[in-house]
Each structure stands twice: as structure tokens, then as C-alpha cells.
Design a protein around this ligand. Structure first.
Ligand SMILES: Cc1cc2nc3c(=O)[nH]c(=O)nc-3n(C[C@H](O)[C@H](O)[C@H](O)COP(=O)(O)OP(=O)(O)OC[C@H]3O[C@@H](n4cnc5c(N)ncnc54)[C@H](O)[C@@H]3O)c2cc1C
Length: 454
């Protein structure tokens, strides 16, 4: 152990990065943490992913603020590791690096028409309404009759719900003002959510599904024939988890509901996979194939295409088939799973051996699943492994681990970098803007606005 605090770089100021930082700063050992993020704003998907009409969930940011107030904490925003500063440069200055940079892009469906105007990954759409500066100019056309959301997870349900919220439901949220304006002009009256498997296999959670049934201006519609379980799902029902059983019961109850006078609908469809998106220069319809379910050798249930197809007219397709992690040059990467290979958070090289001083946590460690709290346990495992290695003298040995050298690295390679104080002034400004309107904040959503607060 060197005769100075151990200096740790954490890459990504989302939940995983913050929880790992908090665990390190709470440890008995002398540790200082520099938390890097490519955005000028921290909190990762808590700010840029979680639906704005779920303010209680976003309030977890208070925990992160407490972590940021601990001695030994610094944040550098507006620095992208791998672009502005390399992994090798970090290794020259830090005893250890924890990668916690999440899953930044979308998975592709690889079908014809996927890139037509009006076919948008949910990753981008979610980031747009949440005011992520990279997506400020996305400008999705909501003046269409129907949107089709492909996917059956919570993100699919979030985007469908956002599309049918009443203006009064959106008004008290921190949805970006540019998005509120577009939602107000929306002419979408039907949002179809299409899942490739049945109601028992859907990935959304029950509270999200229940919310769809309580929307102010939209009915949830399910064809009773599609809500009914196929023979395999019926056989599995009794052994299924309670949440999965509740989902099926909710779907069956929705299927019994009659249409009210609410002007919009959310239509939930099952056993459908997209084959092709068609249109003359922009989305006009989506061709879906009907699936049947089959049990695989490992006992799980998969969907298999039949020869029945169906065409759904629509002007917008939101592809919610998963987030995908990206590699950082010099850091080992599992191309198939799109994660950093690891053992208890210790990054592994191609030979499966731990790389001294390199760790990972969060979505770039596990893949894009799990709620915010899942990252806490995960980050504690990683930070715990790091602390064990620190105590055993197994960390990496950096050439220039001084604050002066690190500050020079940052100012030489990214003079536009910002510190935590800058974020605090953005935060105070946004809250002050929101306060008179009863909103948690009015977000600054463009790079120019965010960096002007420096
Ligand atoms: C649309 C959506 C809604 C969700 N809703 C909920 C919910 O309601 N409740 C719930 O509990 N969970 C929800 N989740 C899940 C939750 O957001 C995730 O579990 C969690 O954010 C993952 O944390 P993370 O730190 O691994 O990644 P992230 O939150 O993505 O944080 C990663 C951070 O790394 C930064 N970064 C990326 N690349 C670099 C780089 N090269 N250099 C520097 N910084 C970089 C990013 O800017 C980001 O700030 C939702 C997720 C999504 C996508």
C-alpha cells in the first residue's frame, strides 16, 4: 500500500458508479475517487432513462448527492473515456479504474426498413424526452395516427405510456420542454405494444402494467383471444413466479374491459415479431409474423415464427429490444454479450486472468437488466473486490498518481471538462426554473445550454 491515498477512477456517474464510489469512500482505507462522465450531468439513466412521470424513482439522486459530499470525492464531467482520455492514460495515474459506463446504445432488429424515417430505437426516444443533450435534435414526428412499440419490457411500457399521457399528466414532470411541446402536438391515438412471446413470458413488471390501466386519457385494449394462454404457458402457470402470475391475471382482466370514451388506446399484442418495416421514404406500416411457443432443451420457452403474417399501418415504430454496451479501447470486452468479462467485478483478460487494477460494475458488467437497486449490490461486490486487492497489495502500480498530474491530464486533453461545482450550478438553475411551475426542474437539454453554465 503506497504512503498516500489510493487513487481510484470510476468511469460513469450512473447508479453503479455512484454506489461503487460511496462504498469506497466509506471504507476504512485512505481512498480518493475521481468520477468521470461523458455528460456534464451525473446520475446516468436516473436522469436520462427513468420515465419523467416517475419522480419518486428519480429521487434516488438524493443518495448520490450524499455520496458526492463525502471527503475524497471529485467529479469530472464532459470527458469521454476512450475518446478524450484513454484507458492507458488512466492507468498511468490511478491505482485502479472501475468501469461503470452502462450500455450506451441499442440492439438492432436486423430487418428491412429498420432505418426508415420514423423507425427509432427506444434508447434514443427515451433519451430525447428526458433531455439527454445528444438526442435533443431527434425531432420524432408524432403527428401520425398509430405508433408500434416493439418489445415487452418496462422500457416498452414506459415509452408507450409517455406517448398517451394527457398534457396535465406531463405538465408537473421534468420531461424536456422540447419534448413536452412535441407531445402536445401529437396526433397519435393508438399505441400498439407488441411482444414476441405470450403474457406469461413478458418482461415488464406488474406495477408498470397496472399503470397502463389507470391512464387519464387512454384505454388499454387486449383481445381476449390473445390474452388467453397457449398450452405451454398454461402448463407452466402454476409453477411460475408470483409476479409473472400477477401479470397474466392483469392481462386477462384488461381483456375483459370495454372501450370507454377516452380518446386514446394502448393495444397490447402478443406472439408477434417484426419482419419488415415498409414505407415510401418513411414508416407507413410494419409487417409482423405470428409466433407459436416452443420449449427448448434447457426448459425455457422460445418463440418460433409461423407462416401467418399481419400488417399494421403506423407512422412511428419504437424499437425497444434492448440496450447494448460498447467497448472502450484497451479494456477487454465480450463481443457476444457486450459486457466487460469479469470475476466478482475484476475485469478479466482474453486468457481469463484478472487485469490488475481494472474492475467493472453495473450494466457494462451484467448487461442491461435490473433496477437501480440491483446496481447497489453489484457495485458493492466490485468495490469489495477492489478493497480486498488494495489490502493485499494487488492493485496496479501507476507512474504519476498525484492530483497535480491528474489535473494536468484533464486540462491537457479535455480543457472543456467540468467539475462537480459546475453540475451543482446547472442543478440549482434547473430547480429554480421548475419551482414556480411546481415541477422538480426544467432541464437544460442542449450541449450549449449545459456548458454555458460553466
Ligand atoms: C428507459 C429506462 C427506464 C428505467 N426505469 C427504471 C425505473 O423506473 N426504476 C428502476 O429501478 N430502474 C429503472 N431503469 C434501470 C436503471 O436505470 C439501470 O439499472 C441503471 O441506470 C444502470 O446503471 P449504470 O450505472 O450501470 O448505467 P447508467 O445509468 O447508464 O450510467 C452510465 C453512465 O456512464 C456514462 N458514460 C457512458 N460512456 C462513458 C464514457 N466512455 N466515458 C465516461 N462516461 C461514460 C453515461 O453518460 C452515464 O452517465 C430504467 C432503465 C431504462 C433504460
Amino acid at each position: 500500500m503506497p504512503n498516500r491515498p489510493a487513487r481510484i477512477a470510476v468511469i460513469g456517474a450512473g447508479p453503479a458508479g455512484f454506489y461503487a464510489t460511496g462504498h469506497l469512500l466509506d471504507a476504512e482505507a485512505a481512498i480518493e475517487v475521481d468520477l468521470f462522465d461523458r455528460l456534464p450531468t451525473p446520475w446516468g439513466l436516473v436522469r436520462a432513462g427513468v420515465a419523467p412521470d416517475h419522480p419518486k424513482i428519480k429521487a434516488v439522486s438524493k443518495v448520490f448527492e450524499k455520496i458526492a459530499a463525502k471527503p475524497g470525492f471529485r467529479m469530472f464531467g464532459n470527458i469521454e473515456i476512450g475518446r478524450d482520455i484513454s484507458h492507458t492514460q488512466l492507468l498511468e495515474h490511478y491505482d485502479a479504474i472501475i468501469y461503470a459506463y452502462g450500455a450506451q446504445t441499442d440492439r438492432r432488429m436486423d430487418i428491412p426498413g429498420e432505418d426508415l424515417v420514423g423507425s427509432i430505437p427506444a434508447t434514443a426516444f427515451v433519451a430525447w424526452y428526458n433531455g439527454h443533450p445528444d438526442f435533443y435534435n431527434l425531432d420524432p414526428d408524432l403527428q401520425v395516427d398509430r405508433a408500434v412499440v416493439i418489445g415487452n419490457g418496462n422500457v416498452a411500457v414506459d415509452v408507450a405510456r409517455m406517448l398517451v399521457l394527457a398534457p396535465e399528466e406531463l405538465a408537473p414532470t421534468d420531461t424536456g420542454d422540447h419534448a413536452i411541446e412535441q407531445f402536445a402536438k401529437s396526433t397519435i391515438n393508438d399505441v400498439v405494444i407488441a411482444g414476441r412471446r405470450g403474457p406469461l413470458q413478458a418482461a415488464y413488471t406488474n406495477p408498470e402494467l397496472l399503470e397502463l390501466g389507470e391512464l387519464q386519457i387512454a384505454d388499454v385494449i387486449i383481445d381476449p383471444a390473445e390474452a388467453a394462454l397457449d398450452a405451454l404457458s398454461q402448463a407452466d402457470f402454476a409453477e411460475a413466479s408470483q409476479p409473472d402470475q400477477r401479470n397474466v391475471e392483469t392481462v386477462l382482466a384488461y381483456a375483459q374491459r370495454s372501450r370507454t370514451t377516452k380518446p386514446r388506446t394502448v393495444t397490447m399484442r402478443y406472439l408477434l415479431s417484426p419482419l419488415e418495416i415498409r414505407g415510401d421514404g418513411r414508416v407507413e406500416e410494419i409487417v409482423m409474423v405470428r409466433n407459436r411457443l416452443e420449449r427448448t432443451d434447457d426448459g425455457s420457452i422460445r418463440s418460433v415464427a409461423t407462416d401467418q403474417t399481419e400488417t399494421i399501418p403506423c407512422g412511428l415504430v419504437l424499437r425497444s429490444v434492448g440496450y447494448r454496451g460498447l467497448p472502450v479501447e484497451g479494456v477487454s470486452f465480450d463481443e457476444k454479450r457486450c459486457v466487460i468479462p469479469h470475476a466478482e467485478g475484476r475485469a478479466l483478460d482474453a486468457a481469463g486472468q484478472p487485469v490488475p487494477g481494472v474492475y467493472c460494475t453495473g450494466w457494462i458488467k451484467r448487461g442491461p437488466s435490473g433496477v437501480i437497486g440491483t446496481n447497489k449490490k453489484d457495485a458493492f461486490e466490485t468495490a469489495g473486490a477492489l478493497l480486498e486487492d488494495l489490502a493485499a497489495g494487488r492493485l496496479h502500480d501507476p507512474l504519476s498518481p498525484t492530483i497535480k498530474a491528474i489535473d494536468a491530464l484533464v486540462s491537457d486533453h479535455r480543457p472543456e471538462a467540468i467539475e462537480y461545482g459546475h453540475w451543482q450550478s446547472i442543478d440549482a438553475h434547473e430547480r429554480a426554473l421548475g419551482d414556480p411551475h411546481g415541477r422538480p426542474r426544467i432541464k437544460l437539454c442542449s450541449w450549449d445550454e449545459l456548458l454555458a453554465k460553466r
